[in-house]
Design a protein around this ligand. Structure first.
Ligand code: BTN
Length: 321
């Protein structure tokens, strides 16, 4: 993303005179004033101190490609092509376009906001500007379509690992694709298959939406939380979350290609929010107790007649009351 230089200069929260801002930006003082008004219109509060200058009030957490790349492990730096956009229809759609263009490196696209953010089952993914992480990665995996079984669960494990590396514990996974904390959703994963290349290589797009700073949500129809709401003592920086997740996904993909989902099963189950809960599936026609996942990543219910696996299709599991 092209850095918003006025905000970069103000991001130290000190008072800056109009003159010095104008000088550093190479524009007139009127142009600085216009930029200040534009930022204010976008909800960024900047105090005008008479005779002194301007001071940023709102806490800013700007996405910055350089800062993300700097924090990537060396091996990720060499293999990943990170792009940060101010706005896009959907980062998944943007990665799809980049995969078609066959640019070198694993494409990773982040955007500050999405105009058509998409969730699972054709739902919309609320994507307010500047608050959360909207990130998609183009992954190429060997082993054909069968090899993809459990991939989205593995991505969930990668996010939990990343959060743990950032110093917070207790994130939960709700089968198949939701990230939970304290009984509320803070993120979701959308895996879309792009196509098969030669020799059983499959291209998939892994989209991750993680609520980072969000404190209000419009049109979200389920209990939700954010990293900052659930872990308020941690200082959340979107660039750090992004880089840590990219590193974790890269490591997880290597492990997944060698061991498949079975190599993650136990770890996934350690975060299963359905475990031992009374559940209903298949429109309420099947009920039982949550019993974790099988080696293919399908969810299992302990029923009166034994273990029944619920396929990783679009069957939703509900905690029955
Ligand atoms: C879900 O329904 O829980 C999955 C939500 C996935 C949202 C992310 S945000 C980044 C990427 N781009 C999209 O349009 N969707 C995914």
């Amino acid at each position: 993303m092209k850095p918003n230089t006025l905000l970069d200069l103000l991001s130290d929260h000190r008072v800056h005179s109009g003159e010095s801002l104008a000088k550093q930006l190479g524009v007139s003082r009127t142009a600085v004033w216009k930029q200040i008004r534009k930022a204010a219109a976008e909800g960024i509060e900047i105090k005008t101190i008479r005779g002194q200058g301007y001071q940023l009030v709102t806490a800013l957490d700007l996405l910055d490609r350089e800062k993300i790349v700097e924090k990537l492990a060396k091996v990720s730096q060499d293999n990943v092509d990170v792009t940060v956009l101010k706005e896009v229809d959907s980062t998944n759609a943007e990665v799809a376009r980049r995969l078609l263009a066959a640019a070198p490196g694993m494409p990773v696209v982040l955007a500050d906001s999405q105009t058509e953010g998409r969730g699972r089952r054709g739902r919309n993914w609320s994507s307010p500007k500047g608050q959360n992480l909207y990130m998609s990665m183009g992954l190429t995996l060997r082993g054909g379509f069968e090899g993809l079984s459990g991939l989205s669960l593995v991505l969930g494990v990668a996010v939990v690992r990343a959060l743990s590396a950032l110093g917070v514990q207790g994130a939960g996974l709700k089968w198949p694709n939701d990230l939970y904390a304290g009984g509320k959703k803070f993120g979701g994963i959308l895996v879309e298959i792009q196509g098969e290349l030669q020799e059983g290589q499959v291209q998939v797009i892994a989209g991750l939406g993680i609520n980072v700073h969000m404190t209000e949500a419009v049109a979200v129809d389920q209990p939700w939380t954010s990293l900052a709401k659930h872990w308020p003592d941690h200082e959340w920086v979107r660039n750090d979350v992004a880089a840590t997740v990219i590193n974790a996904v890269r490591v997880a993909m290597e492990q997944f290609e060698i061991a498949g989902f079975s190599g993650f099963r136990e770890e996934w189950q350690g975060h299963d929010i359905f475990l031992d809960k009374p559940l209903a599936a298949r429109d309420g026609t099947l009920s039982g107790t949550g019993a974790g996942v099988d080696d293919g990543g399908n969810y299992q219910l302990e029923t009166d007649t034994g273990l029944v696996s619920v396929m990783a299709g679009d069957i939703s599991l509900r905690v029955s009351v």
